[in-house]
Ligand binder design. Structure first.
Ligand code: GUN
Length: 304
């Protein structure tokens, strides 16, 4: 039976670290502040943004909340991004994804000042990640790596199989794992993969990030594998107050019987995403202080 990895516990540690670094910056007169843009009224987006704002506040930071209607134009979103770019009180910018279909996400992301790109989605950040240069790391992939580090899972030399090739998780996570200092061997599987089970069964570390409830069943997992479930799927459930429950991409009970470690959903990777965002916002504020000679001595992106 697998050990269940308590993401909330490890996230709490990282949030405390963010709070300490925030307190030090505030002594120098800088309060880290995140500009958050949410388009539309999708319940999932609203609840993610609320969780991020609550965590920022608890760590002593601030947020500037911009809510736009679902039918907003690309130009209007860009106007808000440019305003946040120019505002010296804003240190990080986050545009909650996905955006409605009529908006070109890549155009919006490319408009964000790379120095404020705390999501790590800007092409400059992606380039730095691929090249192994300092820069903002995307929060979920970074959170996965930190979790493995915290529970002391040997990653160097391990075969990591990632199911899912999204720009937010699958692709950047693969890039992180193959960095020289991490040194894993990576297979990426996706909807075009012929025999998914053949690949997943070879994983020492299996990361499910496909966004498909119950995709990973016990027969697809090697005995003793570490299973990281990044999926967050809403399943309707009449017996709950909200009318739905959250579930990952992994058939949890059956896979837990076979794995050595497993992350639950909720309470696994999700809390780590928020914690890593807080650290990126503090780093962005510290870099702003450095660049403006405000007397705060911090290395560039010291959380990376
Ligand atoms: N949607 C799902 N995950 C994320 C994330 O990490 N950042 C943003 N901006 N949107 C998301």
């Amino acid at each position: 039976m697998a050990d269940i990895i308590d993401g909330r516990e490890y996230a709490r540690k990282k949030r405390e670290e963010a709070a300490h670094r925030t307190a030090a910056l505030k002594e120098k007169g800088i309060t880290p502040c995140l500009g958050l843009i949410l388009v539309g009224e999708e319940p999932a987006g609203i609840s993610y943004v609320a969780a991020k704002e609550k965590a920022l506040l608890e760590a002593g930071m601030e947020s500037r909340d911009i809510r736009l209607s679902r039918d907003v134009s690309e130009e209007e979103i860009l106007t808000h991004v440019v305003r946040l770019n120019r505002d010296p009180r804003i240190h990080g910018i986050l545009v909650q994804l996905p955006l409605p279909n009529h908006i070109r996400e890549d155009r919006i992301i490319a408009a964000i000042d790379p120095n404020k790109d705390v999501d790590g989605f800007h092409p400059v950040s992606v380039g730095n990640l691929v090249l192994g240069k300092p820069g903002f790391l995307p929060c979920t992939p970074h959170g996965v790596l930190v979790l493995l580090e915290e529970i002391k899972i040997p990653v160097a030399g391990a075969h990591v199989v990632i199911v899912g090739r999204s720009n937010i998780v699958g692709k950047p996570l693969a890039q992180l794992f193959v960095r020289r200092e991490i040194n894993a061997t990576v297979t990426i599987c996706h909807t075009g993969t012929g025999d998914l089970r053949r690949h997943t069964c070879q994983a020492d570390i299996l990361v499910a990030a496909a966004g498909k409830a119950g995709l990973i069943t016990a027969d697809m997992v090697k005995e003793g594998a570490v299973v990281i479930d990044v999926g967050v799927n809403r399943i309707s459930a009449n017996n709950t107050k909200k009318g739905y429950r959250l579930t990952g991409d992994v058939d949890f009970d059956a896979v837990a019987a076979k794995a050595s470690y497993i992350t639950p959903v909720p309470g696994g990777v999700g809390p780590m995403t928020v914690a890593m965002l807080l650290l990126n916002v503090v780093s962005a504020a510290a870099q702003f202080a450095d660049a403006n000679c405000l007397g705060v001595s911090t290395s560039r992106n010291s959380n990376n």
